[in-house]
Ligand binder design. Structure first.
Ligand code: ZN
Length: 304
């Protein structure tokens, strides 16, 4: 068996050509993983789209119902920045369920990844920055509220702050939110995570990894979480349109391997999601997103 991966055919939905959200990347990620032998038959799992009740662990019914029906007001839709369609509704519900499924697979197999997810700008009562419902928050809330685990650590290394996630758990001691992000970047009004590390513009691989190493091992030791949900956004890359850092592909690969290694060597299961990445070259971007799946594959194969 290969590393457990989660994929849903509508992760890439029909979408307006030239839109600044890189919708084609999700199918490309999956195709690259199949081509490269990382997505193996029998190790790819398909989620059932999240129910209204599951979403309501984090989100308000008024928001869930208005988005689902396509009746959210135009201002709220503009804040999300994606066009509404029936397929987008199905897709976002599937992506949330996909991260929960990846978390459950990680609890059984040590490690698993979604091929979407990381919609960390979705707040309980509104969506923002291409994020509609918050997969990391719903998965963490489900696992802690049904008693599957006592404590979750969310490690959010997307270049933008996980503001929606921070707000969802501002008074929930069962979920610790750690966000390491560009201080000057979106969202301009930051929320308070349990630990926020703000990065200066132009940071390179060595500096980035040094700062990560100054925080992550201590957090894992102190918290001893039952699972880590890892947002492996690739927007800290130098070529990213929305990042402000100067990381390389090699640096992102070192980062992902570092996070997985530090979780697994302590026996802490880890579920990865892809997070943000914005580049006009969708093929190159999709390949960059597979960094987390490659790191997961290597770690999984080394264990079995
Ligand atoms: Zn981002």
């Amino acid at each position: 068996m290969g590393v457990p991966l989660v994929y849903y055919p509508l992760y890439t939905t029909p979408f307006p050509e030239g839109h600044r959200f890189p919708m084609p990347k999700f199918r490309m990620i999956y195709e690259i993983l199949v081509e490269d032998g990382i997505a193996e038959e029998g190790s790819v799992f398909r989620p059932e789209p999240a129910s209204r009740e599951l979403l309501s662990l984090v989100h308000e019914f008024g928001y869930i119902d208005a988005f689902t029906a396509g009746t959210l007001d135009p201002k709220a839709m503009r804040r999300i920045g994606l066009p509404w369609s029936e397929e987008i509704v199905e897709r976002t519900r599937a992506a949330v369920a996909g991260t929960l499924l990846a978390a459950r697979l990680a609890l059984s197999h040590g490690i698993a990844c979604n091929t979407a997810g990381g919609t960390h700008h979705a707040h309980p009562d509104f969506g923002s920055g291409f994020c509609i419902f918050n997969d990391l928050a719903v998965a963490a809330k489900r696992l802690t509220s049904d008693g599957t685990v006592d404590r979750v650590l969310i490690v959010d290394l997307d270049v933008h702050q996980g503001d929606g996630t921070a707000r969802a758990f501002s008074d929930d001691p069962a979920v610790f939110t750690f966000s390491m992000h560009s201080g000057k970047n979106f969202p301009f009004h930051k929320q308070s995570s349990d630990l926020d590390v703000e990065l200066d513009d132009g940071l390179d691989d060595e500096e980035y990894l040094r700062i990560l190493a100054a925080h992550l091992p201590d957090l894992l030791e102190e918290l001893r979480p039952d699972i880590v949900l890892y947002d492996a956004g690739v927007d800290p890359h130098a070529a990213d349109r929305l990042g402000r850092l100067e990381m390389t592909d090699r640096g992102l690969a070192r980062r992902d391997a570092y996070v997985l290694d530090h979780c697994l060597r302590r026996g802490i299961p880890v579920a990865g999601v892809i997070g943000g990445g914005y580049s006009a070259d969708h093929r190159a971007l999709a390949r960059r997103h597979t960094t987390i799946h490659r790191a997961a594959h290597d770690a999984f194969m080394a264990r079995t």
